[in-house]
Design a protein around this ligand. Structure first.
Ligand SMILES: Cc1cc2nc3c(=O)[nH]c(=O)nc-3n(C[C@H](O)[C@H](O)[C@H](O)COP(=O)(O)OP(=O)(O)OC[C@H]3O[C@@H](n4cnc5c(N)ncnc54)[C@H](O)[C@@H]3O)c2cc1C
Length: 360
């Protein structure tokens, strides 16, 4: 990373964008803006919201209930690969793990339905059924198939390298942003000594404290995950999913999750959700394992389950990039591109994600 020329060095006093928050949303957006030649200052106090730091980083283009493709799956998957591959090269690191999702079958009917959908209209479903002894024996299942073109982003690696990249070539301030100190004029915004043309808020579920956007009906969902060590799970290229996931981290370590809760919206892990995950894990494996970590975070979900991307209805230099719920890894690159195109006047924002779908 040291010897490389950055995409664009920031030499001006007035920046193009202040971005508040460096979770998945703020990181993907900052990099997308930098790629298009804009200068940015990112303001982030990491421990205010842990969601991106504890998430598994999985992308899955299939809705399991009906075996349909998830919303915009074709476009989202191709854009996410383009985006993360570009920045792997730019930052000279590796954070994409291409994996299949192992979906076990409990009943014969499920297999028939899977094969029908795979044949008819869902290219992400593998057309084969597998019964290999090693995996079926480990998970106490009879057969399974695979969701293709899935995987996970190594989020600790992605977030940390992005942070270094921004602080090296642009500006990064590691402190809490106080909305009351933001000065807004026709020409731009000023925050302490930072002068910029625009500001974009990417604060995750803490958007509820933002006086510019607290009218958007968010419905945040708390989630918890365990990290375990276990020998004999045989999941090198796969993520197991049976209403919960087991995802390999390397060195016989796995992430197990995740839970959902719409109350007690904080980053504190609870004993009851730990027991819920242990029960799920014990229902599929019978070999010994050790729990080495237990973490929690809050997903910034919106009441209509769509992101919120675009401009404040009254202030044209104040933007929001948020509401990615449980799918930020997959949604953020596509919608960051859309927001950059909108800023460059080359396309509009989808009405489904525009904040103007809600009334202030
Ligand atoms: C258990 C769990 C598992 C998950 N698994 C997946 C998964 O496998 N795949 C997937 O795509 N998604 C997953 N998610 C969802 C994903 O974590 C979220 O969609 C994502 O983290 C949202 O990113 P964000 O950047 O919008 O918000 P956040 O991650 O909350 O980031 C916001 C950032 O802004 C900072 N901030 C907020 N307010 C201020 C302020 N006033 N001043 C300074 N800084 C501020 C915060 O500290 C934080 O660094 C999971 C979530 C949970 C809880």
């Amino acid at each position: 990373m040291d010897e490389k020329q950055p995409l664009k060095k920031n030499n001006s006093n007035q920046l193009d964008f202040i971005i508040v928050g460096q979770g998945i949303a703020g990181s993907v957006l900052a990099l997308s803006l930098i790629k298009s030649g804009y200068s940015v200052c990112v303001i982030d106090k990491q421990d205010l919201s842990l969601s991106s730091r504890i998430a598994a980083g999985i992308w899955n283009p299939v809705v399991f209930k009906r075996l349909t493709k998830s919303w915009l799956a074709d476009d989202l998957v191709s854009e996410l690969i383009r985006f993360y591959e570009f920045f792997e090269k730019e930052m000279n690191v590796s954070f994409i793990n291409r994996r299949y999702i192992l979906k076990p079958f409990s009943e014969e009917q499920e297999k028939t339905f899977w094969l029908k959908k795979a044949e008819l209209d869902n290219k992400f479903l593998d057309k084969s059924i597998y019964e290999d002894f090693q995996l079926t024996d480990s998970y106490n299942i009879k057969s399974y198939s695979k969701v293709m073109q899935a995987g996970n982003i190594d989020l600790p690696m992605f977030l940390e390298t992005t942070k270094k990249y921004i602080s090296q070539y642009h500006q990064l301030i590691e402190e809490s942003f106080d909305h009351h100190n933001l000065k807004r004029t026709e020409d731009g915004v000023t925050y302490q000594s930072v002068i910029a043309k625009n500001i974009i808020f990417c604060e995750g579920h803490l958007i509820s404290k933002n006086p510019y956007f607290n009218w958007i009906p968010f419905k945040p969902a708390k989630g918890e995950v365990l990290t375990i060590t276990c020998i004999g799970l045989h999941l090198e290229n796969a993520i197991f999913n049976k209403g919960f996931f087991i995802m390999p981290l390397g060195n016989n370590t796995y992430k197990v999750g995740a839970t959902y809760e719409w109350e007690n919206l904080n980053d504190t892990p609870t004993e009851s959700k730990k027991q819920e995950l242990i029960a799920k894990l014990n229902s599929v494996i019978s070999i010994p394992y050790q729990i080495v970590k237990h973490e929690a975070g809050v997903r910034p979900s919106v009441i209509d389950r769509r992101p919120v991307v675009g401009c404040h209805p009254e202030f044209s230099n104040v933007y929001i990039f948020n509401g990615f719920g449980s799918k930020s890894v997959m949604l953020a690159p596509y919608f960051a591109k859309q927001l950059v195109n909108f800023i460059q006047n080359t396309s509009s924002i989808d009405s489904e994600v525009n904040p103007s779908r809600f009334t202030i």
